[in-house]
Write a protein that binds this ligand. Structure first.
Ligand code: NI
Length: 196
């Protein structure tokens, strides 16, 4: 009796494992197809005009997404300077590229502050902020690392953050990372490769 029931449940177990593995493979294949490497996704943020901007509002354009903060002493200003230079070099070819600067410091970077900061490098760069929860969600979606340091005596603090430019397609899918520490000329070449 015991061996008979075992003869039933062992094959049943094997079938169950195969079905689960097949399902996992299928869902992985599905997500890879629809969302690049799983980078990016829906977001809801705020522009300088206080207007809500979502990922859907930006569909139809290639997005060049960068995360940083306006008090950043070196990496962010350098990167945004090169992005502005890359846009100049792309000229007409870059018309469909919308650079987006998203702050990882929503406490200090109000909509107006982040918009003015981004526009100072190029009026083409869209500066966005949000609630701490919205920023946490969008950084999670883009797998961005950021961590605020301890405030000094005057209350100012730095924010450690990853520095990658994400090129997203007109459908919102991740296309490729673009080196953020490259000079403008190289950045323009790297972006242009993906624009066809
Ligand atoms: Ni920075």
């Amino acid at each position: 009796m015991k061996s008979l029931s075992r003869a039933v449940w062992i094959p049943a177990l094997i079938v169950a494992v195969l079905v689960l593995a097949g399902g996992a493979w299928w869902s992985m294949a599905g997500s890879t197809k629809s969302g690049g490497l799983g980078i990016g996704g829906p977001f809801s943020l705020t522009s300088g005009a206080g207007r809500t901007v979502t990922d859907r509002d930006l569909r139809g354009k290639f997005l060049l997404v960068y995360f940083g903060y306006t008090f950043c002493p070196d990496v962010c200003p350098t990167t945004l300077t090169q992005v502005a230079g890359a846009l100049d070099r792309l000229g007409k070819r870059g018309d469909r590229v919308q650079p987006v600067f998203i702050t990882v410091d929503p406490q200090r970077d109000t909509p107006q502050v982040v918009a003015d900061y981004a526009a100072a490098f190029s009026p083409r760069i869209l500066g966005l902020t949000g609630t701490p929860e919205q920023i946490a969600a969008v950084t999670r979606a883009y797998r961005v690392y950021y961590a605020a340091g301890k405030p000094d005596g005057s209350g100012s603090y730095s924010v450690d953050h990853s520095s990658i430019l994400y090129l997203m397609g007109p459908d919102g899918d991740f296309i490729a990372p673009i080196r953020a520490d490259a000079p403008a000329e190289q950045m323009a070449t790297d972006i242009a490769k993906h624009l066809e």
